[in-house]
Design a protein around this ligand. Structure first.
Ligand SMILES: CC(C)(COP(=O)(O)OP(=O)(O)OC[C@H]1O[C@@H](n2cnc3c(N)ncnc32)[C@H](O)[C@@H]1OP(=O)(O)O)[C@@H](O)C(=O)NCCC(=O)NCCS
Length: 377
């Protein structure tokens, strides 16, 4: 049976919207991790068969197939192509799936899965061009009506359905900050981060936040429970992983660090939008033959606090093992880059703690989710 191995994983520190990375061009942001990945793994870059890059807002400086422009901006060989993909917030997790599938199918031996997003230069919604047809047409209208479709509404709907109070969400957010602050202080992320523009650590962490401070913030909508404190932040970052076949490992003298164990994908209610990680996790576990308690570390994207909370409630996963070093509420969520960032964190945390199995899952626009199980080697 063919195997796909992760032989390298690197990310930038995650920057805030007005912070150290604000002036870095997105193509240079992507180029930085691609160059670092090549240097750190020692792979011959001309042997890479494709560069798959997740990016959600493919407009302005993120337009024109940024996978290609980032690779060329990094000074890497023109003979290696690149493709940019959009599965919304899970785009670079999907890049990992596509890369692994290329290798598992035997059609490719070395593929880079990466992601980039500069949410300050290309804000959310930038690709919804005013004056052109809105993304939802007649067929959508017949099926879902004219109701609001947004992640903010989805987060409120989830909090209501699972019965989470604002205080429940804020307690979760506080714990995310506490874990992130501890991990940053202890240097847990140092091995996986490629410093950029003088930034060496994730910039969004608020080690001094408190429940009292959070309770004083305005909710995003009247009568709601979602505030900035229980939402992922607007961020800037990039990530890259090298996926290799058994053959490539031997030929290029690479070190397999984890094996791709299981890949799963699901669709879910697009109005709730953010519940997909629950069925995706169930599907991944069923395919893998593993039980929830066999997993040592979970990375579940903290798009909004109700997402990992509802996920833990329904799957029975331990929150102790989930986002052990904090998540996007504390350190940010640069959309297209986050899938690769979470996988990079997952791999390094398994290595740090000696864990065997890791599971990553993320909610995605349109009501979808990827789930990936890896086995550390
Ligand atoms: C929620 C959101 C709209 C808030 O945007 P914003 O108002 O620009 O956010 P800020 O970071 O400036 O925070 C707003 C205020 O809350 C404060 N705040 C945020 N988190 C806090 C915390 N944990 N403790 C104390 N204060 C906090 C900030 O200091 C800021 O206060 P100020 O206005 O006095 O400076 C934005 O972060 C967002 O859109 N997040 C979701 C992104 C998303 O949808 N991603 C895709 C997922 S599906």
């Amino acid at each position: 049976m063919a195997e796909a191995y992760i032989v390298g994983a690197v990310r930038t520190p995650v920057g805030t919207k007005k912070g150290a990375l604000k002036d870095v061009h997105p193509a240079d942001l992507g180029a930085h991790v691609l160059k670092e990945l090549v240097n750190r793994t020692g792979v011959d870059p001309s042997a890479v068969e494709d560069v798959i890059m997740g990016c959600v807002m493919q407009a302005g400086p993120q337009a024109l197939d940024i996978a290609r422009t980032a690779w060329l901006s990094a000074g890497l060989p023109e003979s290696v192509p690149g493709v940019t993909i959009d599965r919304q917030c899970g785009s670079s997790q999907q890049a990992i799936h596509f890369a692994a599938q290329g290798v598992l199918s035997g059609t490719q031996d070395l593929v880079i899965a990466s992601g980039v997003e500069h949410m300050a230069k290309v804000p959310m919604g930038a690709t919804i061009v005013q004056g052109l047809d809105f993304p939802y047409g007649e067929g959508w209208g017949e099926r879902y009506g004219q109701q609001e479709i947004s992640q903010f509404r989805g987060a409120e709907l989830m909090a209501e359905k699972w019965g989470f109070t604002r205080e429940d969400l804020e307690k979760f957010a506080l714990e995310s900050h506490r874990r992130a602050a501890k991990a940053i202080e202890a240097g847990y992320f140092d091995r996986e981060i490629a410093p950029l523009a003088g930034l060496t650590k994730d910039e969004g962490a608020r080690p001094d936040t408190t429940l009292e401070k959070m309770a004083g913030l305005k909710t995003l909508r009247e009568g709601g429970v979602i505030t900035a404190a229980v939402s992922s932040q607007i961020s800037i970052g990039s990530s890259a992983l090298l996926i290799a076949s058994e053959e490539a490992v031997k030929q290029h003298n690479l070190t397999p660090r984890a094996r791709i164990h299981t890949l799963a994908l699901t669709g879910s209610d697009p109005v709730y939008m953010l519940t997909g990680p629950i069925p995706a996790t169930e599907k991944a576990l069923a395919k893998s033959g593993l039980k929830i308690d066999d997993i040592d570390v979970f990375e579940v994207n903290e798009a909004f606090a109700p997402v990992p909370m509802a996920w833990a409630h329904d799957t029975g996963a331990s929150l102790e093992k989930t986002n052990p070093n904090g998540g996007a509420i504390a350190t940010g969520h640069p959309l297209g880059a986050t899938g690769g960032i979470l996988m990079t964190k997952l791999l390094h945390e398994l290595e740090r703690t000696g864990g065997r199995y890791g599971l990553q899952t993320m909610c995605e626009g349109g009501g979808q989710a990827n789930a990936t199980i890896i086995e550390r080697l």
